[in-house]
Design a protein around this ligand. Structure first.
Ligand SMILES: Nc1nc2c(c(=O)[nH]1)N[C@H]1C(S)=C(S)[C@@H](COP(=O)(O)OP(=O)(O)OC[C@H]3O[C@@H](n4cnc5c(=O)[nH]c(N)nc54)[C@H](O)[C@@H]3O)O[C@H]1N2
Ligand SMILES: Nc1nc2c(c(=O)[nH]1)N[C@H]1C(S)=C(S)[C@@H](COP(=O)(O)OP(=O)(O)OC[C@H]3O[C@@H](n4cnc5c(=O)[nH]c(N)nc54)[C@H](O)[C@@H]3O)O[C@H]1N2
Ligand SMILES: [Mo]
Length: 717
């Protein structure tokens, strides 16, 4: 072996080895993270990746999932060309076609539906990634359809809605300055390692940490001064009980309440029924622990509460439970205060970077007049959702396709759709089978793509340029580190090409991604060229407005009363039948309890999985090779189940055969299973009619179910 060979083998960059280090981002998880990645490239191929040390977001660290990035990009089953389906939907038979032919067919079929049924009859959908969303939204509007919907029908939006009704602005925990952290459903070790930093460092300075999670987790073991373990979906009762205790003890901020809280008297009256014994019975949390938590919350300075996109919201009572939790911030005077919850505004793609862009104008410039337009999917069933968001609620799509009311949905234009993320995914799959035309774009021929009429191959974040905003006032515009693999294109290039093909009359989108970015960034003191020439995020500090504690409170909040509304005037005025107070109801679905005695809580994050995206990446799959049902030792013993045994998980929707993972981290009576597996799709078991009437979010985390040892028993091979 020559010296050069040795250097190549060691992946040492330099002229001699021909290895270059090029900066990009990992976009496998939520855009709030998207860590900086150094890609080592030789002969147009990525041979190694590591975290970018100088990147302000991750300072060189990558999580397990990000470290699997190279295997993800180079999966052998990447889609190589546009495809047209042959044979029945789902059969998996396709023929390769040219891009031009695909575009022509899409334009023709979408045009036919528009002519026959109207533009609303085509629904535009986005799963992950989120980077192309403003462009898809504008594209849908240009087509004339209000039906733009995303995976956010099940993620985060419910919490945006909570803050919209509370104060009219999204708010986050200011943990870095807190004296006590209420880590409600906080699982950051597995779900967002970057959110750990302020908690760990503030804890080292003496901050108290309370974790509220049914399961024992790394956070509960390593950070918690106190760990409360409520039954899933009972958080509202716990929070209301805490509210009562705080009021009884006088540990509330009377001055703030008098001046800035609307509905405190009604709230005080309502919480009377949540005495400690009642709350203990509902939640399973010992009363003494609730008292200890309330004491800790009130005697350590300011309190920050974890904002969680999913687990609290994934229940029939999710929106109201979340409001009940955030009411604790209001009554203790912790809102708009250092170390409490603080207001933020979004910059670009839901990132609170601190400066303004023209993203909203970019989308709304194309918004069709709502005059005479038919309502968005979900509008009637979820009036609060419809009032507060500008998307359709996808959890009502199965019904609308099946019933055709108030009008039929005949076309689906999807970027990265996974039908298995929806509750009762089997019903959703069958509904998709009924539409006249279905387009999907993806990196892989997924089970959902197999249902499509045309499938288009897209590239990954390593193969495209992409604009990113980061907290702290940073903007980044990445350059591709390798050419798009095979014939793949970026999603926005596809939208741009199709705008032209379909003659949607949008010169800006037709001009391409970079021109759109130029429009969106026009008010900022930086050019697209400057951004592009920087391998790292650029700090636009002159444009950042620093947070001034109390300034928002002084101006008055963006609610009808100008106050923090524990009693929501928006709900009272616009949503008859929904409750303006954060009232509590049981979250479990109606299925018969004796036959389905367990509670199925699906989706707690695993370190090596991200929805369905990484299940086929070998390094990551090796961390949990088989879909496994987490069950408590006590329940397992009662059912005669041992570690690794084959078990059946059943609901009236169906039965899954799984491997048992007997765990002391799980509450008795509750079982957990991760989602997105083709061979064991837990959402096929979840009740599709157990949705939250406020947000439309599915009850992923509280479905009644049965568990039994498989008759043939023994280990699952
Ligand atoms: N590794 C990994 N990371 C991810 C993702 C992933 O799939 N994998 N997904 C990303 C996405 S899209 C999202 S939305 C975020 C979600 O991020 P998280 O909110 O952190 O997600 P989870 O781990 O599902 O839930 C957090 C904790 O809540 C607990 N929990 C479940 N139900 C309840 C309940 O009813 N009450 C209470 N108090 N606690 C409950 C769970 O046991 C878990 O430990 O994660 C993001 N990060
Ligand atoms: N049971 C249960 N179900 C859940 C949840 C749960 O906790 N439990 N969580 C819910 C939550 S919080 C969320 S956020 C959703 C997640 O929902 P999604 O993010 O929609 O789920 P994925 O399975 O990751 O599907 C995304 C698809 O997009 C493809 N893709 C990736 N990158 C790109 C790209 O750049 N372009 C295109 N066109 N496609 C791309 C992927 O290959 C994949 O097929 O799931 C929800 N479903
Ligand atoms: Mo999510």
């Amino acid at each position: 072996m020559t010296e050069t060979d040795r250097l190549i083998k060691a992946k040492i960059p330099g002229e001699e080895t021909g290895i270059q280090v090029r900066g990009t981002i990992c976009d496998i998880c939520s855009p709030s993270f998207h860590c900086g990645v150094d890609a080592y490239v030789r002969d147009g191929k990525i041979i190694k990746i590591e975290g970018t040390k100088e990147h302000p977001q991750n300072s060189g660290v990558l999580c397990t999932k990000g470290l699997g990035g190279r295997q993800y990009v180079y999966r052998e089953d990447r889609l190589k060309t546009p495809l047209r389906r042959l044979g029945p939907r789902g059969g998996g038979k396709f023929e390769a076609i040219a891009w031009e032919e695909a575009y022509k067919e899409i334009a023709l079929r979408m045009g036919q539906i528009k002519e026959k049924y109207g533009p609303e009859s085509v629904l535009f959908f986005s799963g992950y990634s989120k980077w192309y969303r403003p462009y898809l939204h504008r594209f849908a509007y240009n087509f004339g359809s209000p039906n733009y919907g995303t995976e956010s029908s099940t993620c985060q939006t419910s919490t945006f809605m909570v803050w919209d009704t509370n104060v009219g602005r999204f708010s986050v925990a200011n943990t870095a300055n807190a004296g006590v952290f209420l880590g409600w459903a906080f699982n950051a070790y597995y779900s967002r390692h970057l959110a750990l930093k302020p908690v760990v460092s503030q804890k080292a300075r003496g901050m108290k940490v309370i974790i509220i999670d049914p399961r024992i987790t790394p956070a509960s073991r390593q950070l918690a001064d106190l760990h409360l373990r409520p039954f899933p979906g009972t958080d509202g009762a716990l929070a209301l009980g805490m509210g009562k205790l705080l009021i009884d003890k006088g540990w509330i901020d009377k001055d703030y309440i008098d001046k800035h809280v609307f509905g405190f008297e009604q709230y005080k009256e309502y919480v009377q029924q949540f005495d400690i014994v009642t709350v203990e019975n509902i939640t399973g949390v010992p009363g003494t622990d609730i008292e200890a938590a309330v004491y800790m919350m009130s005697h350590n300075g300011s309190m920050a509460i974890n904002e969680s996109a999913a687990p609290l919201a994934h229940h029939k009572n999710g929106y109201q439970n979340y409001r009940a939790v955030m009411a604790l911030s209001a009554i203790t005077g912790n809102y708009d205060r250092l170390g409490g919850q603080i207001p933020v505004s979004f910059t670009y793609n839901y990132q609170a970077a601190g400066f303004q862009t023209r993203e909203k104008e970019f989308i709304n410039a194309a918004r069709p007049s709502i005059e005479g337009m038919r309502p968005r999917v979900g509008a009637a069933r979820y009036p609060l959702w419809n009032e507060l968001t500008n998307e359709c609620q996808i959890t009502d799509l199965t019904r609308q396709i099946n019933e055709g009311t108030p009008y039929p949905i005949k076309g689906i234009f999807a970027l990265g759709m996974n039908y298995r993320i929806m509750p009762d995914s089997g019903a959703f799959q069958r509904a998709l089978d009924k539409v006249d035309f279905f387009l999907d774009t993806d990196l892989f021929l997924t089970d959902t793509a197999k249902l499509a009429d045309i499938v288009l191959p897209v590239c990954s974040s390593f193969e495209r340029g992409e604009l990113k905003a980061y907290p702290g006032g940073f903007l980044q515009y990445t350059n591709p580190v390798i050419e798009p693999l095979y014939e793949s294109k970026s999603d926005v290039e596809i939208l741009s090409d199709l705008s032209r093909e379909m003659k949607l009359g949008d010169p800006l989108l037709e001009a391409g991604y970079e021109e759109c970015i130029r429009y969106i960034l026009q008010d900022l003191p930086i050019t697209v060229e400057e951004l592009r020439s920087s391998p790292l995020p650029v700090l636009i500090d002159v444009a950042v407005k620093p947070y001034v504690p109390g300034a928002f409170t002084e101006r008055g909040y963006n609610t009808p009363s100008g106050k923090f509304e524990i009693y929501s005037n928006i709900i009272a005025a616009k949503c008859p039948g929904l409750d303006p107070l954060p009232t509590y109801v049981d979250s479990r679905n109606h299925w018969d309890e004796p036959a389905y005695p367990f509670l199925l809580n699906t989706g707690p994050r695993l370190p090596g999985a991200l929805h369905s995206r990484l299940h086929k990446v070998p390094w990551l799959r090796s961390l949990r090779p088989n879909p496994a049902l987490d069950i408590s030792g006590e329940d397992a013993a009662a059912l005669g189940i041992a570690q690794g045994d084959a078990v059946e998980l059943a609901t009236p929707n169906g039965v899954l055969e799984l491997e048992a993972n007997v765990s002391w981290k799980v509450l008795k009576g509750v079982v957990h299973l991760y989602h997105g597996y083709s061979e064991a799709d837990v959402n096929s078991l979840v009740d599709g009619d157990n949705n939250d009437p406020y947000s439309g979010f599915p009850g992923y985390r509280t479905t009644r179910c049965a568990v039994r040892k498989r008759a043939e028993g023994n280990k699952k091979s």
